[in-house]
Design a protein around this ligand. Structure first.
Ligand code: FAD
Ligand code: A2P
Length: 377
């Protein structure tokens, strides 16, 4: 078995690249995997090739890594810890990390831009799947002259091993916050989001101030490797779930051999806006008994009333199975738009009524049992 080193890992295309793979730009590395097979040459060395790459079209990192069979990682000390690392770096003394890559994740017909950003923390800011980093954008806080900007939180989209599989990087999934003038409908760049645009505009080698890791609510309880996890995401809310799924299906970790069921519901605007779809589709192919994946494309599909297809419509479609799984102890996670929660609650209440159940009581019980996990923003 071999382990990947950072320079051997398929790294990202610059923002703006599209998705046709040119094998000629890849540096060849022999990598072997848990099943003993040899990998096709998949890696490239960003440092030596970056200038050539800039003008080429290559697939983004999540697509490149889809070619990798399940990969043995060298277990980190983090595997033995009883508690997750918490707030190792605070806003007053952030860690200065380095941007490894920034790549656009969405196609040309996506409304808005979402980027996958790999950050090198040198192993100094370890985390567990489901935690977030804080980012302090450069510049002065306009509301507090002389002070730095406030921290913005971003869910970590990689496992504790990072997309580099060596425990030295973390990946974020960031959507540019863009402001449209409600009267003219035109973009007003002076009001665009500060931190998301800073991150999406950053370049490999740039320094970035990070804090954390933070958050416990979205951790993956790993005491039962055969547990069921239902994951509901809108947009970048998919970030923590990408981390969970890589831990379950992409990495081979001696201390966590997943044999349960993971079921992802992902809501985005259209096909071009799907995030990490190639990774998820691969898991469907390779682990059909352990993974389910349902997509709600709000601007391409209609729900049964003729309205936009949202994740709550998919929940309704599969409500019998979902309720049975919850009764059997499944964990349910929600991440993404704050605005999705009222619609989801309404749907769950409606379904419970149809089943002759009291939703308020059931919801309270799920929370009490620690089966209910919400992180919306
Ligand atoms: P800000 O500069 O903070 O601006 C906020 C909004 O106000 C923007 O939409 C901006 O366009 C608008 N605005 C600016 N000026 C004006 C004005 N004068 N009038 C009206 N509107 C104005 N985001 C992700 O993309 N990915 C994640 O994984 C993610 N995870 C998160 C996890 C948690 C736990 C939390 C709490 C949030 C998360 N977020 C995530 C959201 C993220 O923290 C930021 O809030 C987001 O990126 C916007 O920050 P910004 O600095 O770009 O925008
Ligand atoms: P839409 O924007 O078509 O109304 P975003 O890209 O803004 O993060 O959104 C991700 C997805 O969540 C989009 O498909 C968006 O649909 C959808 N969405 C927006 N509002 C809600 C809501 N209240 N409930 C569920 N999904 C929502």
């Amino acid at each position: 078995m071999a382990h990947l080193a950072l320079s051997q890992v398929p790294v990202a295309a610059p923002v703006g690249s599209d998705v046709s793979l040119k094998k000629s730009v890849f540096k060849r590395h022999a990598i072997s995997f848990v099943d003993g097979s040899r990998a096709p040459s998949i890696a490239l060395d960003l440092k030596t090739k970056s200038s050539k790459l800039r003008n080429r079209h290559i697939v983004c990192l999540s697509v490149q890594q889809v070619g990798i069979p399940k990969l043995a990682v060298s277990p980190l000390g983090l595997e033995d810890a009883k508690e997750p690392p918490l707030n190792l770096y605070k806003p007053k003394e952030p860690y200065t990390a380095t941007i490894v890559s920034v790549e656009r994740l969405v196609g040309p017909k996506s409304p808005g831009e979402t980027c996958h950003i790999v950050i090198d923390h040198g192993g100094k800011v370890p985390y567990w799947e489901g935690q977030s980093y804080g980012v302090i954008p450069p510049g002065e806080n306009p509301k507090k002259p002389g002070s730095p900007h406030n921290v913005r939180l971003y869910s970590i989209a990689s496992t504790r091993y990072g997309d580099s599989f060596d425990g030295k990087t973390a990946s974020l999934c960031v959507r540019r916050a863009v402001y449209y003038d409600p009267e003219t409908g035109k973009e007003d760049p002076s009001k665009n989001g500060i931190c998301s645009n800073y991150l999406c505009n950053s370049k490999p080698g740039d320094k970035v101030k990070i804090t954390g890791p933070s958050g416990k609510v979205m951790l993956l309880p790993e005491d039962d490797p055969n547990a069921t996890y239902i994951m509901i995401a809108t947009g970048t809310g998919v970030a923590p779930f990408r981390g969970y799924l890589r831990r379950m299906f992409m990495e081979s970790v001696p201390t966590f051999k997943f044999g349960g069921l993971a079921w992802l519901f992902l809501g985005v605007a259209n096909t071009d806006s799907l995030l990490y779809d190639d990774e998820f589709t691969k898991y469907l192919r390779d682990y059909p008994d352990n993974f389910r994946y349902d997509r709600a494309l709000s601007r391409e599909q209609k729900n049964k009333s003729g309205g936009k297809m949202y994740v709550q419509d998919k929940i309704e479609e599969y409500s019998d199975e979902i309720f049975k799984l919850l009764d059997g102890g499944a964990h349910i996670y929600f991440c993404g738009l704050k605005g999705m929660m009222p619609g989801i609650q309404e749907t769950l209440k409606k379904v419970a009524m149809q089943r002759g159940e009291n939703w308020e009581a059931k919801h309270a019980q799920l929370k009490k049992n620690k089966q209910w996990h919400v992180e919306v923003y």
